[in-house]
Design a protein around this ligand. Structure first.
Ligand SMILES: [Fe+2]
Ligand SMILES: [Fe+2]
Length: 253
């Protein structure tokens, strides 16, 4: 049982509840325009809530709302995001064959998410600013590695900042944890979903967090926060993908 005080958001409870309601009009629009992203967002939301409950000092309902809405801007260009492509459908980025253009479309979704949310009439200005600020940092100042490495094939001397998101690194615990849950859900699905030989959960989670730390995206978190998040994510992998994870054979004594 935690004794840490929970920092409650200023957003009224009924507004948060409506943002978590599957029949909320903007949610139904989002789900029909970008079903894969909406599914990803629900997964991220569930994970955000679990992380908040484990850490004990941030608001789990606010974290769930952040997970739900962080990628709503992808509904503007759903087919540019792999989670919305149907099996067998050609990847639009392969057809474009222009990593810089792809990066611009992809990176725009952060501003598009905040732009959509800022126009929600249900929320008052102060509530929105809090949500929008956190969501604007969900990719921080990371680079889009896939398109960066494609561009580097043609130009090895390329300035990597060309492929960097425009946001700042997370400045709040909520933003940093949203980033972790988002990256974990997307990379975890790619690494473990449908794979017969997935990586070791401890190594996978360790590498994911180390990369964010090395890019100075988690500076706002304490070592203890990262340790608790790491434990939770490893446990998540073991519970979701337990049938695909091979455990190292125990040494005989
Ligand atoms: Fe995103
Ligand atoms: Fe996301």
């Amino acid at each position: 049982m935690t004794t840490k005080p929970v920092k409650k958001t200023s957003i009224e409870d009924h507004l948060l509840a409506s943002l978590l309601d599957d029949s909320y009009p903007l949610w139904t629009e989002f789900e029909s325009a970008a079903p894969g992203t909406a599914r990803h967002s629900k997964e991220v939301a569930a994970l955000c809530k679990k992380v908040a409950n484990k850490l004990g000092d941030i608001d789990p309902v606010l974290m769930e709302v952040l997970g739900r809405w962080h990628d709503v801007g992808k509904a503007r260009n759903p087919k540019f995001f792999v989670e919305n492509q149907m099996p067998g459908e050609p990847n639009i980025h392969d057809e474009l064959d222009n990593p810089l253009y792809s990066f611009h479309i992809i990176s725009q979704h952060v501003g598009q998410s905040t732009n959509i949310l800022i126009h929600l009439e249900d929320l008052v200005a102060e509530d929105l600013l809090n949500l929008v600020k956190i969501i604007s940092q969900h990719h921080g100042s990371t680079t889009t590695k896939y398109f960066l490495s494609k561009a580097q094939e043609a130009n090895p001397n390329l300035d990597i900042n060309t492929f960097r998101y425009y946001g700042s690194a997370p400045t709040t615990k909520e933003a940093a944890l949203l980033m972790i849950c988002d990256v974990f859900e997307a990379k975890g699905r790619a690494a473990f979903g449908g794979k017969t030989d997935p990586p070791e959960p401890e190594e996978f989670v360790g590498a994911l967090l180390d990369e964010l730390v090395s890019e100075s995206q988690l500076d706002v978190l304490q070592v203890r926060d990262i340790r608790e998040a790491r434990e939770l994510l490893i446990a998540e992998l073991l519970s979701i993908y337990h049938d695909r994870i091979k455990y190292p054979a125990k040494e005989e004594k």
